[in-house]
Design a protein around this ligand. Structure first.
Ligand code: BTN
Length: 329
């Protein structure tokens, strides 16, 4: 249900960088100009800056740099039936919050975005540093009809879609490091944590979690990740519009989910894989269950498992593991 803030933002963003008169806004909302002015103040307190002129009306000259649901929703180009968005100032983990909402019966798909996580989680029980620093902490919940064996391919497909989106949005050249790392210039730009509850041989529900380093400043990282992490702003040299990028990311996730569900993803998966995979032909060490497996990456199987050729020419298949790329001698 659109609020007056949604309606105002719809008008203003559609005309950006142009002006929209107070009279137009009042008639779209069916309220007085004084009431429009009150709503504009509400938007100002959410972080918007408007130029206002008696003769011309309003135009946006500054946007919130933190998650703001009406702005994300207004800019979302894909909106499946029943979709809803929750934005929070702080939560333990958006994946955990999404799981709680699933357990409470919330209609899917829905998304949770937080400005800050107190217990952000990565794969293998790692911490995902989640300061309120302009980075994205997002989880999207689904109730898919997918076999659990497809989870690996699903995560890769989503990662590839995010790489393509970021390449277009920010004019950068990201890569996907199997199974869940988004890289930029060899550093970690983002990570994916897909978690599912499984009943016998069927996925009951699934949470797709994404941490994406958008606007954190260089030098702002905790010491543990200072050498390995990077944000889009560090590379492009300019702050990105957080809510516009979040809407684009979310739209792409919702679309890519549909392509995965109806099977059409197979038409473009290989092309995207060749474009964004950073491991092809690389000598790596894969650690799985405490064992080290050195080898050369030869590709993927249909379920998204990594194929690794060992020193004896034998190929092994891994559905999970931690990959380190070996330095060239
Ligand atoms: C990884 O690279 O290990 C995956 C990191 C996933 C982090 C995101 S941030 C949003 C969501 N909530 C979490 O607690 N984790 C994921």
């Amino acid at each position: 249900m659109p609020t007056p803030e949604h309606l105002i933002l719809r008008e203003l963003t559609a005309r950006e960088p142009g002006w929209v008169s107070g009279a137009t806004l009042a008639s779209k909302l069916g309220v007085s100009r004084v009431t429009v002015w009150l709503h504009m103040n509400k938007l100002r307190s959410a972080g918007f800056v408007f130029a206002a002129q008696r003769a011309r009306g309003y135009r946006i000259i500054g946007r919130p740099s933190q998650p703001y649901a009406p702005l994300i929703e207004t800019q979302l180009k894909v909106r499946p039936r029943g979709f809803s968005l929750v934005t929070l100032d702080e939560t333990d983990s958006t994946n955990d919050e999404a799981e709680r909402q699933l357990a409470a019966g919330r209609v899917t798909p829905f998304a949770v975005v937080a400005r800050r996580q107190t217990h952000g989680r990565g794969r293998l029980g790692r911490v995902w540093h989640s300061e309120p620093n302009g980075n994205l902490y997002l989880s999207v919940a689904f109730r898919p009809r997918t076999a659990p064996e497809q989870m690996g391919a699903f995560t890769l497909w989503m990662g590839l879609n995010l790489c393509e989106l970021l390449a277009n949005f920010a004019q950068v050249t990201p890569g996907l490091k199997w199974p869940n790392d988004l890289l930029l210039g060899g550093r970690k730009l983002g990570g994916i944590l897909t978690e599912a509850r499984i009943d016998s041989d069927q996925i009951r529900d699934l949470v797709f979690g994404l941490g994406l380093n958008i606007n954190s400043p260089a030098g702002g990282w905790p010491p543990e990740v200072a050498r390995t992490a990077v944000s889009l702003a560090e590379v492009t040299g300019t702050a990105l519009d957080f809510n516009r990028l979040t809407a684009a990311v979310l739209g792409r996730i919702l679309l890519a989910y549909d392509n995965f569900s109806d099977g059409t993803y197979t038409q473009t998966f290989a092309d995207l894989w060749h474009r964004f995979d950073v491991l092809r032909g690389k000598r790596i060490t894969l650690i799985e269950g405490g064992r080290r497996h050195p080898g050369t990456v030869t590709g993927l199987d249909d379920e998204g498992a990594l194929l690794l050729r060992d020193a004896h020419g034998r190929t092994h298949r891994f559905r999970a593991g931690e990959v380190t790329i070996e330095k060239k001698e």
